[in-house]
Design a binder for this molecule. Structure first.
Ligand code: GLN
Length: 543
């Protein structure tokens, strides 16, 4: 097993996850089976209870793990399926050690960060790295381990120590340390500044880890002088200083690293498969798309697009498949509401919605903006504009239908109005009312087709069922289903009990589809998720 450990310095948000995934692509292109682990040094057990405002989206795995969005990058870049244990957190490690202490495993000993926590981290990394991830039964040949946060944070110190020890456990020759840093470009002549990188490498080396490769994020390609200076001050060879400068799309990142000789440094024959060639074609295809398609995203965290990362990626995968350049019109849902205090924002939001060829209402929690999302669903339904509702997006469209088609004016979800008399959406009976962490209906579950002929079934193709990932507490009210269906909104997919609504499609509309699950977590470049593909096809007149 070869390990690539990716750490970061200077500041967060340098694209460490994309760099790490891109290195994974290079390993894979050399014919290796690749897996990955992400270490998040926070105390939460998992990302499930964290706000997308702060951390970006919560990514959901097949096994129901609610994890950091970087695991989504790994799944998409490497076309693998990970499990919740591929995301290590301080919460998980400490729980495990404390449980062992209570069992008496350390009887007689004082339990300490070194060696008990650091050993637990290493055991975890080594065991999970060997789990198959590519759908085969075979153990991976290589594992990318990404350390979240920046070197020097108090929280990450035990992990740096664990990784320092790890190189002796698995053999120094089997570990490549990659440090991602920032090279700011300053002043009128655009001078590339190396000092922040010098400092972060000094800090890392002070903790006992000497990076083999430096990856420097910069707005412009690193000059020869900058590389040489970094090499001299950071104890790496000039060839091992990589530049990840701004590129038109992220598919260029693995290509850019390969062009700079990363494969040679890591002794990889990256032409052993056609993978890189396919990436080249993809990157070029995306660069050369000219016809535009505008999709309205009616959500809540519209000023922080990381909150919808997988939805954006899925839209891009689908747009590429229909040969269109994607423009997302971000619409803050509450701005659509008629009583929104700022009328120019209200007008702007409606104009954006109306100029879009398709409408997407993504998942969400809490009541802010819900009425605006309901208005967006109504607009799409009545104007024959293609609509895709995901999770909450399915729920708001159902509420809208109950209010405006069935005439239940007060219809709502009990999430937003507990005492509502005609609830269209209700709390699911099996969900905990006392604990919020890890208690939703989570992970991959089957949806069984209820009808033979509908658009969404054709998009999914063969098979009696589809497996997609879930994350919700509420569902369409089973008592309302009959009335809703008889008015034309048909629940064409249901869960294995035949009771719970999973997919709806509106009769006689070009494309009005809602899904209770989150298809965005399984979309891949070159293999777009069917509900998204349907939205893009319908929005470009290709359905
Ligand atoms: N808040 C809704 C529920 O819990 C929708 C969740 C979501 O969109 N992920 O059912």
């Amino acid at each position: 097993m070869k390990y690539v450990v990716v750490s970061g310095g200077v500041l967060s948000g340098l694209g460490k996850g994309v760099t790490a995934s891109s290195i994974g692509v290079l390993l894979k292109s050399a014919g290796l089976r690749v897996t990955s682990l992400k270490i998040d040094p926070y105390l939460n057990s998992d990302a499930g209870t964290m706000s997308p405002f702060e951390h970006g989206e919560v990514f959901v795995l097949d096994d129901g793990g609610e994890v950091d969005l970087d695991l989504g990058n790994y799944e998409r870049f490497l076309d693998i399926n990970l499990g919740k244990d591929n995301n290590v957190t301080t919460g998980k490690i400490y729980s495990k050690v404390i449980e062992a202490e209570r069992r008496g495993d350390y009887l007689g000993k004082t339990v300490q960060v070194i060696p008990h926590i650091t050993d637990a981290v290493q055991d975890w990394l080594e065991e999970v790295a060997h789990r198959p991830a590519d759908g085969s039964e075979l153990a991976p040949d290589a594992c990318i381990i990404e350390l979240g946060g920046t070197v020097g944070d108090i929280e990450s110190a035990p992990y740096i120590e664990a990784l320092r020890q790890f190189q002796f456990r698995v053999g120094r020759e089997n570990v490549t340390f990659v440090h991602v840093s920032l090279v700011p470009v300053m002043g009128p002549v655009g001078e590339q500044k190396t000092k922040p990188t010098q400092h972060t490498v000094k800090e890392l080396r002070g903790l006992g880890i000497t990076p083999d490769i430096l990856v420097c994020r910069s707005s412009t390609p690193l000059t020869k002088e900058t590389r040489e200076k970094l090499a001299a001050f950071c104890h790496v060879s000039p060839e091992a200083v990589m530049s990840t400068h701004d590129v038109p799309n992220i598919y260029h990142v693995p290509l850019m690293l390969e062009e700079q000789g990363l494969c040679d440094i890591m002794n990889l024959d990256c032409q052993a498969t056609d993978l890189l060639n396919n990436w080249k074609i993809m990157a070029h295809h995306l660069d050369t798309l000219t016809d535009e398609v505008q999709i309205a995203m009616v959500g809540k965290y519209t000023d922080l697009s990381d909150a919808y990362l997988s939805v954006i990626k899925s839209l891009q995968h689908a747009a590429m498949a229909v040969d269109h350049k994607l423009t997302i019109n971000w619409i803050e849902a509450s701005h659509l509401e008629s009583d929104w205090e700022n009328s120019s924002e209200n007008e702007k939001a409606w104009a954006l919605l109306k100029q879009s060829s398709g409408v997407l209402v993504p998942g969400g929690f809490g009541d802010r903006g819900v009425e605006g999302k309901i208005l967006a669903a109504e607009y799409a339904r009545t104007s024959s504009t293609p609509y895709l509702g995901i999770c909450l997006g399915l729920q708001v469209a159902t509420i809208e239908f109950c209010r405006n088609v069935l005439g239940f004016e007060d219809s709502n979800s009990t999430e937003f109005d507990e005492n509502c008399k005609n609830p269209a959406v209700v709390f699911m009976p099996e969900i905990s009312k006392t604990h919020l962490g890890g208690t939703m209906r989570l992970g991959s579950r089957p949806t069984l087709w209820q009808v033979d002929d509908c658009k969404i079934r054709h998009l999914y193709g063969e098979g009696d069922s589809v497996d997609e990932r879930h994350r919700h507490r509420y569902e369409v009210n089973p008592d309302m289903i009959e009335a809703i269906e008889s008015a034309g909104l048909v629940f064409v997919g249901k869960d294995e009990t035949g009771q719970r609504c999973e997919i709806f499609e509106l009769d006689g509309h070009p494309y009005y589809v809602g899904v209770q699950y989150h298809p965005e977590f399984k979309s891949r470049p070159g293999r777009p998720s069917p509900p998204f593909l349907g939205l893009l096809k319908a929005s470009t007149g290709q359905l």
